[in-house]
Design a binder for this molecule. Structure first.
Ligand code: GLU
Length: 317
């Protein structure tokens, strides 16, 4: 009988901006889950998205996580440190006929899609450059992205927290990007390659990525890889208006609270409260959070951050 893989998870901040309370909550849950279950933790800086990466945000994320009291095993790794496996994966997909080049712009895709009023991001790719659709020739030197062919059908998986999931990637997204026009591996490919090379068994992340999990399963399948064994998608933190936490909700960056003199225990205490671990607001250490964290108590609905939470935090300084 093969031995079960040793559990390992990853904290994977994208250095495209500073960590805010919503990111901190997901990382704290991820860390507590790992430390409770004896899983190793890789700190992975997801820095492939060149144009959106902000100088210093990688170190900022490392500093914020350490300040909150989180730790990890081994040095931080960066996607840009070892890009060869992405190129190998793209070559493998190409050789096996799973991918094709696509020069289409967002505007062309939106114009050709069945639902012309949908926002450019929700539009299903209508197969414009699928070779079997007899696309127009691609002029030399035209920048092309690379798309994975998606077969019809529903992809199902069981999320350990969010429950049974079913996504029809073909009907909703269509053939999706695995490399960008800038020649970079797209997120859906990079995450599969990264999780595989680190042997990741447990993925804990925001539930905005639930539908991506189905796409990642298709990439893994096309590459002949086994996806991580367990996914836990946790609800996002929202502002009082019901929208995802953002700048307009005020400055909820971890570093801004730190600079204002708020202690890390304040932030962890607030997050413990939102995770169902205490019915009132009180400071907590990360270690206390780790010991108390319980998936059964984590509310399945999004967590709303209010101005009262912010005031409570700032009054601790
Ligand atoms: N780096 C990604 C993010 O911050 C997370 C990647 C993942 O968990 O798959 O959104």
């Amino acid at each position: 009988m093969p031995q079960p893989a040793a559990p390992i998870t990853r904290l994977a901040p994208s250095p495209t901006g500073a960590l805010h309370l919503g990111n901190a909550r997901t990382f704290l849950i991820n860390w507590a889950h790992a430390r409770q279950t004896g899983a190793q933790i890789q700190l992975r800086i997801d820095d492939l998205d060149g144009p959106r990466v902000k100088a210093g945000a990688d170190q900022g994320a490392i500093d914020d996580l350490a300040w909150l009291g989180l730790d990890w095993d081994g040095p931080a790794v960066r996607q840009t440190d070892a890009p060869e496996p992405y190129a190998q994966a793209l070559a493998q997909l190409d050789t096996a006929g799973h991918t094709y080049r696509c020069p289409a712009t967002r505007r062309e895709i939106a114009a050709a899609a069945a639902a012309p009023h949908a926002g450019a991001h929700d539009v299903r790719y209508p197969g414009l450059y699928r070779p079997e659709n007899a696309p127009p020739p691609i002029a030399p030197d035209t920048p092309t992205a690379v798309r994975l062919r998606v077969a019809p059908g529903v992809m199902r998986f069981a999320d350990q927290f969010a429950g049974a999931q079913a996504f029809d990637v073909d009907a909703t997204v269509g053939d999706f990007l695995v490399a960008t026009k800038a020649g970079l591996p797209a997120y859906q490919l990079a995450v599969v390659v990264d999780d595989h090379r680190a042997g990741i068994t447990d993925v804990v992340r925001g539930d905005d990525l639930l539908s991506s999990t189905a796409r990642q399963a298709l990439v893994a399948q096309a590459l002949g890889l086994t996806p991580p064994q367990r996914y836990y998608h946790v609800p996002l933190v929202l502002g009082p208006d019901g929208h995802r936490l953002a700048k307009r909700h005020g400055d909820t960056r971890v570093a801004a609270y730190r600079d204002a003199g708020v202690p890390p225990e304040g932030i962890v205490g607030l997050l413990a409260h939102t995770c169902g671990l205490s019915d009132h607001l009180t400071p907590w250490t990360a270690n206390a959070f780790r010991d108390a964290f319980d998936w059964q108590r984590l509310p399945p609905c999004p967590c709303t951050l209010t101005p009262e939470h912010d005031t409570w935090l700032r009054n601790l300084s």
